[in-house]
Design a protein around this ligand. Structure first.
Ligand SMILES: Cc1cc2nc3c(=O)[nH]c(=O)nc-3n(C[C@H](O)[C@H](O)[C@H](O)COP(=O)(O)OP(=O)(O)OC[C@H]3O[C@@H](n4cnc5c(N)ncnc54)[C@H](O)[C@@H]3O)c2cc1C
Length: 381
């Protein structure tokens, strides 16, 4: 046994005890996909030892954690990363041409439309998505049909999920990586994954290490992400009181430049990020990646008008899927009256994404340094 290899015990000290663990489940998914059985997930969503004796000290759980940056250099080479926010081949603004997708989607429905293109053309067997199963709540899902992909679109909350149904705890984060461990038993070999930057980061690192089942992920669709939220009834009521809305009247939420709450009567409430940092998950506050830098394509609302998705194409594969879906009529690009407008809008959007990325990276550096300092102080009494 090589004592230099860091294991889950080191993750407990370096990540969990500092409150950096985002509960993405990457470590647990790898360990259980290979039936090693050393790890399990507690009722609080936190990975822990199920049986430490079974730990092979392989160090993989440590290296794939999105909070550990040992493999970042290799990952950057693999994805042709360039400063300041990774590879960029093109930046466009587009929307779906499918009316069912348009009704459900978050922004322009481009994510769902590209997944549909891949599925309809038998280029994937499944898509790792996240279903809305209540207000401020989603569950990971491996969609194997177009209908399932469409039903996982967007962030509309059905009337059938009243707030009370989920108890008093709300979480916008969806632990999509838990589904990874099932991929091998589903006999599915080509999957497109939709995920937040931390999730894409973990699976890409699994690929760098050649760890199963990351080999089945063929397309990485990343979502811009400033932060995810975890809060209770009390905090939701307090936000409602401060911003003058009744939480029971929420129809949809969206995160773009800030946090937007859409009410059933058509009103839109705009809440600045600074006001909701208090209910952000602590792990998000130390995450440095806003634009899902290791994706084939990244998507967000930032930089596009209402009803459109900003599409940041990063790899040749991403460029190919986007172009094919566009030519096949699954999506339509934003139209401009003057040719130069397209270019200037694209430059503006690019600037916004870089600005938000810098803001997130600086916040992460500040919070990480503070947490490490606090941990050191507690060790030295
Ligand atoms: C937690 C979160 C934070 C975000 N923050 C920002 C932000 O700060 N700024 C910004 O511009 N954009 C942000 N986005 C991205 C934005 O909300 C849209 O997802 C994006 O613009 C794509 O829109 P669309 O209409 O093309 O996607 P759709 O066609 O509606 O498809 C969305 C896809 O994302 C999947 N999905 C939804 N929620 C999750 C989740 N929690 N985890 C994993 N997959 C999920 C769905 O299953 C679906 O496949 C965020 C998204 C999420 C999920």
């Amino acid at each position: 046994m090589d004592s230099d290899i860091k294991t889950f015990r080191d993750l407990m000290i370096e990540v969990q005890q500092r409150n950096f663990c985002g509960k993405c489940g990457g470590c647990f998914s790898f360990c259980s996909a290979d039936n090693l059985g050393a790890l399990e997930v507690g009722s609080d969503g936190m990975p822990r030892f199920a049986d430490e004796e079974k730990c092979l000290h392989c160090g993989i759980c440590y290296m794939i954690c999105p909070n550990i940056h040992e493999l970042d250099e290799e990952l950057r080479k693999k994805t042709n990363w360039e400063p300041p926010i990774g590879a960029i081949k093109d930046l466009t603004s587009a929307r779906t041409t499918n009316s069912s997708v348009a009704q459900r989607c978050t922004d322009g429905g481009v994510v769902t439309s590209l997944l549909l293109y891949l599925m309809d053309h038998h280029l994937i067997d499944g898509a790792l998505v996240s279903q809305s199963d209540g207000p401020f709540h989603r569950s990971p899902h491996l969609a194997t049909s177009g209908e399932e992909i469409i039903s996982a679109a967007g962030s509309h909350y059905d009337e059938s999920f009243p707030l009370v149904r989920l108890g008093d705890h709300y979480l916008t984060y969806s632990p999509t990586l838990y589904e990874l461990r099932k991929l091998r038993t589903h006999h599915i070999s080509r999957v497109a994954m939709v995920g937040t930057p931390c999730q894409i980061h973990t699976v890409r690192k699994m690929q760098v290490l050649g760890v199963l089942p990351s080999d089945v992920i063929r397309y990485y669709f990343g979502l811009f992400c400033m932060e995810n939220f975890s809060f209770n009834d009390f905090q939701l009521e307090a936000l409602g009181t401060k911003y003058g809305f009744n939480p029971a009247q929420i129809a949809k939420v969206n995160v773009k430049e800030d946090f937007f709450v859409y009410l059933k009567d058509g009103k839109v409430i705009h809440i600045p990020f600074e006001d909701i940092d208090l209910i952000a998950r602590p792990a998000c506050l130390v995450c440095p990646d806003f634009s899902a830098e290791y994706s084939d394509i990244s998507f967000g609302g930032l930089g596009s008008p209402k009803g459109y998705t900003t599409v940041l194409i990063r790899s040749e594969k991403g460029k190919w899927v986007y172009r094919e879906a566009l030519h096949a009529g699954y999506i339509r690009e934003r139209r401009y009256s003057l040719k130069n407008d397209a270019r200037s809008e694209s430059i503006k959007a690019h600037g916004k994404v870089i600005g938000f990325s810098q803001r997130k990276r600086e916040r992460a550096e500040r919070n990480r340094a503070a947490a490490v300092c606090m941990a050191a102080q507690s060790v030295h009494g």
